[in-house]
Design a protein around this ligand. Structure first.
Ligand code: DX5
Ligand code: ZN
Length: 215
């Protein structure tokens, strides 16, 4: 069953604990935490303290997406803050393989993130080490952007690579996911859909999350 990971980038930051509980009550499977440093992307959101703050408010997996430079310097502290998954952009790291090892050493699941303009072939170097590959369907930095349709073919290509290597790697898609494109993402084999604006702008959050799952 496809999982929905709402991005708290679209949440009310002044009431984040309530927002986390609202997501869980309405059927979210994971909580997607968008960390931005103002260097890797031209936006700044939050860091380890936010992850630490929301941890006690939910038992749902915290899916921490690091849009930061030199993630190797911070991954352990995000793990200690309560992350269940830590994903990072390999081109932002001086040593992606050791960064993955640092995440694993903390008993946390690791993933790499591919921007829309990064070929799926880049994942091949990491596909036997990670538990998840996150495909960006927008350029990182902001919520509420439009889904880049060319990314659909990258889902199929990545699923083919996972099949060929016979590895148990989740495919997550992130950016501009809505009720018009979720169905095709799922039919192409996506395991986790990130959705920020779609979920938080919905009249009925529970119905929206169910509809994204194709229920
Ligand atoms: C963008 C973030 C995404 C984004 C998703 O840099 O990584 O997680 O917040 O939000 P929507 O679903 O609104 O595009
Ligand atoms: Zn994200």
């Amino acid at each position: 069953m496809t999982k929905i990971a709402p991005s708290i980038l679209s949440a009310d930051f002044s009431a984040m604990g309530d927002e986390i509980r609202r997501l869980e009550f309405n059927g979210a499977d994971w909580i997607h935490c968008d960390v931005m440093d103002g260097v890797y992307v031209t936006n700044i959101t939050f860091g380890m303290p936010m992850v630490k703050a929301i941890r006690p408010h939910t038992a749902l997996p915290l899916d921490v997406h690091l849009m930061i430079t030199e993630p190797e310097k911070y991954v352990e502290r995000f793990c200690d803050s309560g992350a269940d998954y830590v994903t990072f952009h390999p081109e932002a790291s001086r040593d992606p393989h050791s960064t993955i090892e640092k995440i694993h050493a903390k008993g946390v699941k690791a993933g790499i993130v591919l921007n829309p303009d990064i070929p799926v072939s880049v994942a091949e170097e990491y596909i036997k080490e990670v538990e998840l590959v996150l495909l960006m369907s927008v350029f990182p930095g902001y919520g509420g952007q439009s889904f880049i349709p060319e990314v659909m073919d990258k889902i199929t290509e990545l699923k083919g690579m996972i099949e060929r290597y016979g590895v148990d790697v989740l495919v997550e898609i992130d950016g501009g996911v809505n009720l018009d494109n979720a169905g095709e993402c799922i039919s192409r084999g996506v395991d986790v859909l990130v959705a920020g604006n779609t979920v938080f702008s919905a009249e009925d959050m529970k119905a929206c999350i169910s509809a994204l799952k194709g229920e």
